[in-house]
Design a protein around this ligand. Structure first.
Ligand code: AMP
Length: 456
């Protein structure tokens, strides 16, 4: 097992790490730290909770130690961009912790506060700027800070930046950086615009993907229901009305979709709240508190908004729309079956989403059991929104040919009994190997290095 002392970090950093109480590097740290120290651009696929912040902060600090030079007035050598003020502040705190034995200056530059103190902090130049994109660009346009001496840039939670509409700002900022630089991007998921951003701004990056958190995926009973788009709401209402087992999270692809579905569910007499990027922080917090307290039993969320949801007893996840990015499917269903409980994940799939379904099945290395026949290409109407009467048909072909016959397995957990879906994936572990791999249950992770993603 790799140790921090194997990572060619300065003594002063190792001491700070020890004080933090870290004994061994996390998987992302074990891969990202050497790659960054070797000067590579890095494209990291990792969520919060993996130790990703230290994975880029430690090598950045190491470089500052080795470099020894100070930036000029209104300049910074290192720039870290984060989507939210909270995350920027948190990264700033982490830097202070890891740099407690170093002489390193840090300025946190975020919106929502008066710029005066930030202008003052930037005036004589700082080693590291941690910024949200909007405020940083304002300062750049006002001549408060210039990036022509910046050698390293990190984009943290790039997919959330995308969701919050920061891409044009990010592109403007990065295009003003020197061509010779190190560019690191961290993202929990890798939707096409993030890939494109990496291709446009990174040079031959090392791509490192680690599992988010290890979860007992075997306990999640997964199934798919083939439903025409027009019938989804009614099928969803049916599923949720029959689910008496606890809290449910419904995922939609868009913010507007989340609002619409939430309104529909409320109209049907269920207690639901939507959370997404257009809701204010206090609205999100209120919705979450109500969900946690059990006053609201259904949360309708977009992928990004759902990230902060840490609620243990979610018994059901419904993918009202399938995600475009197959990895999101895994993150979504991982919202259930926490803390040793079992859970259900039902995906509603219309004809247009068949491709997404195939991608998900490829990723998880297993075919999702279907509670009804796949729709014909023309999307013939779904006979009845009654989940109980939906005919079960065994898929003709399965990707997975190993393991005992599924028909002999008993569904377990809070599964189809209440919902009357004929889910049979529960209790089966072998077909979930792909999923477990992604979630790190096998302890393995993917690393393609170096992967030619694109040139700057
Ligand atoms: P992050 O993914 O950066 O948000 O980090 C998640 C949490 O893991 C933070 O509380 C860190 O302090 C902690 N952490 C980071 N690296 C390690 C490590 N090597 N060992 C133990 N905890 C760590």
């Amino acid at each position: 097992m790799i140790k921090f002392t194997d990572l060619a970090l300065a003594e002063s950093l190792l001491r700070a790490i020890e004080i933090e109480g870290y004994t061994t590097p996390t998987p992302i740290q074990a891969d990202v730290i050497p790659a960054m120290l070797a000067g590579h651009d890095v494209l990291g696929i990792a969520q919060t909770g993996t130790g990703k912040t230290a994975s880029f902060v430690l090598p950045l600090l190491q470089k500052i130690v080795e470099d020894g030079q100070k930036p000029g007035a209104k300049k910074c050598h290192t720039l870290i961009m984060a989507p939210t003020r909270e995350l920027a502040a948190q990264i700033g705190e982490n830097i202070h912790n890891y740099a407690k034995f170093l002489n390193v200056s840090v300025a946190v530059v975020v919106g929502g506060v008066k710029p005066k103190a930030q202008i003052k902090a930037l005036a004589s130049g700082v080693d590291i700027v941690v910024a949200t994109p909007g405020r940083l660009l304002d300062h750049m346009n006002e001549g408060v800070v210039g990036l022509d001496q910046t050698r390293s840039v990190v984009l943290d939670e790039a997919d959330q930046m995308l969701d919050l509409g920061f891409m044009p700002t990010i592109r403007k900022i990065i295009s003003r950086l020197p061509k010779k630089r190190q560019t690191v991007m961290m993202s929990a998921t890798m939707p096409p615009p993030i890939r494109k951003l990496a291709a446009d701004f990174q040079s031959n990056p090392v791509e490192i993907a680690v599992a988010a958190v290890s979860k007992p995926i075997e306990r999640i009973a997964q199934s798919v229901r083939h439903v025409p788009a027009a019938n989804k709401r009614i099928v969803l209402t049916e599923i949720l009305s029959q689910d008496k087992s606890g809290r449910a999270i419904v995922f939609t692809r868009t913010k507007r979709g989340a609002d619409k579905v939430s309104r529909h569910l409320e109209g049907a007499g269920l207690t639901a709240a939507a959370i997404h990027g257009n809701k204010s922080q206090s609205q999100r917090e209120r919705a979450l508190a109500s969900f946690r307290a059990g006053r609201t039993s259904i949360l309708v969320a977009t992928d990004i908004a759902a990230r902060g949801i840490d609620v243990d007893d979610v018994s059901l996840v419904v993918n009202y729309e399938l995600p475009n990015v197959p990895e999101s499917y895994v993150h979504r269903i991982g919202r259930t079956a926490r803390a040793g409980r079992s859970g259900n994940a039902i995906s509603l799939c219309d004809v247009a989403e068949q491709g997404c379904l195939r991608d998900i099945e490829k990723l998880i290395g297993n075919r999702l059991e279907s509670a009804n026949d796949p729709l014909p290409a023309n999307g013939a109407p779904f006979a009845a929104p009654d989940a109980g009467s939906a005919k079960f048909s065994r898929p003709k072909k399965t990707h997975n040919r190993q393991g005992p016959k599924r028909g002999n397995r008993k569904p377990k957990g809070a599964d189809g009994n209440a919902l009357k879906t004929k889910d049979r994936t529960a209790g089966s572990t072998e077909p979930l190997a792909g999923l477990n791999r992604m979630l790190g249950n096998t302890g393995s992770r993917k690393q393609n290095k170096p992967s030619q993603i694109g040139k700057r």
